[in-house]
Design a protein around this ligand. Structure first.
Ligand code: KIV
Length: 306
């Protein structure tokens, strides 16, 4: 049995022939060709299916799930096991997009060996095709790349540094900070990162980094000049119950849609308008007949006894 399966070769799986899987090299090629990369977060099977079927290129199982799915105040508390659980659900749904798992706070802040072991879990136990880590951790990026685990870097407003930053603030606003983030971006690329997320930085800075790097940049609150864009799904559809950030364009009001559906259902139940007869299962007429005959018999027997 051959372990390799070259696209277009005789041993390609017929099931997959219509789908060209997005890979890290494919994203680099999109940058070279000037094709914008679309990315979204997703955390569950249903949403990931839709995101993938629509043709989004990269699905990030973001640690933002701590906030938008689990209702926590920031991203810090989510665990490796919780992230694995959601990554598995996403993996089952996605056929085309690149599936990226966010390494949660604490899972890559100890030794490099511990961080690599945690990253291996995302690939081995949950089917992630890359992991994302925040900050300019070049030694770790090198070690992960050596372990055949593609890495997405993340610079700028890195939510896991919320306490150090003193809140969620736009970063890289001074000359020193601009020079630092540009140097960090270069260092991550040299260390082997395949993609770089730029979050919450001035448009001009993101544009310079994007022009300088060979690897694609994906922006969130970093302006339109990045090679791609990512949003948190719940922000995009108004399900995050948080004040809207400047960059988070709302494409739908799922809160209003869900609220109205739930309210309609509640009313129907309270007025016995749900379920209808058409929404009920029925006995066959033969069994119905038998049942009524049995009931009649029982009534007659009771009458005779009395
Ligand atoms: O966790 C997340 O959703 C992210 C994106 C904002 C890039 O890291």
């Amino acid at each position: 049995m051959s372990l390799t399966n070259f696209p277009g070769s005789e041993n390609s799986s017929p099931l997959d022939s219509s789908i060209t899987k997005v890979t890290i090299p494919a994203l680099a090629e999109m940058k070279r060709q000037g094709k914008p990369i679309s990315a979204l977060t997703a955390y569950d099977y249903a949403t990931s299916r839709l995101v993938d079927e629509v043709g989004i290129d990269l699905v990030l199982v973001g640690d933002s799930l701590a906030m938008v799915v689990m209702g926590q105040e920031n991203t810090l508390a989510v665990t490796v096991d919780e992230m694995l659980h959601h990554t598995r659900a996403v993996r089952r749904a996605v056929r085309r997009a690149l599936v990226v798992a966010d390494m949660p706070f604490g899972s890559y802040h100890g030794t490099v060996a511990e961080a690599v072991a945690n990253a291996v879990r995302f690939v081995k136990e949950a089917g992630a095709e890359a992991v994302k880590i925040e900050g300019a951790r070049t030694a770790l990026v090198r070690a992960l790349t050596d372990a055949e685990i593609p890495v997405i870097g993340h610079l700028g407003l890195t939510p896991q540094s919320v306490h150090r930053m003193g809140g969620y603030r736009v970063q890289a606003k001074t000359l020193d900070a601009v020079q630092q983030i540009k140097a960090d971006a270069r260092a991550l690329q040299e260390a082997g990162a395949g993609v770089l997320v730029l979050e919450g930085i001035p448009r001009e800075v993101a544009a310079e980094i994007t022009a300088e790097l060979l690897i694609p940049t994906i922006g969130i609150g970093a302006g339109p000049d990045c090679d791609g864009q990512i949003l948190v799904f719940h922000d995009m559809v108004n399900l995050s119950f948080a004040p809207k950030a400047k960059f988070a364009r709302r494409y739908a009001d799922a809160a209003a849609l869900y609220r109205s559906a739930i309210d309609h259902y509640r009313e129907d139940v309270e007025h016995r308008a749900f379920p209808s007869d058409e929404e009920s299962y029925h006995l066959s007429s033969a069994v119905k007949q038998e049942l009524s005959e049995t009931a009649e018999d029982q009534t007659k027997r009771k009458l005779h006894k009395v």
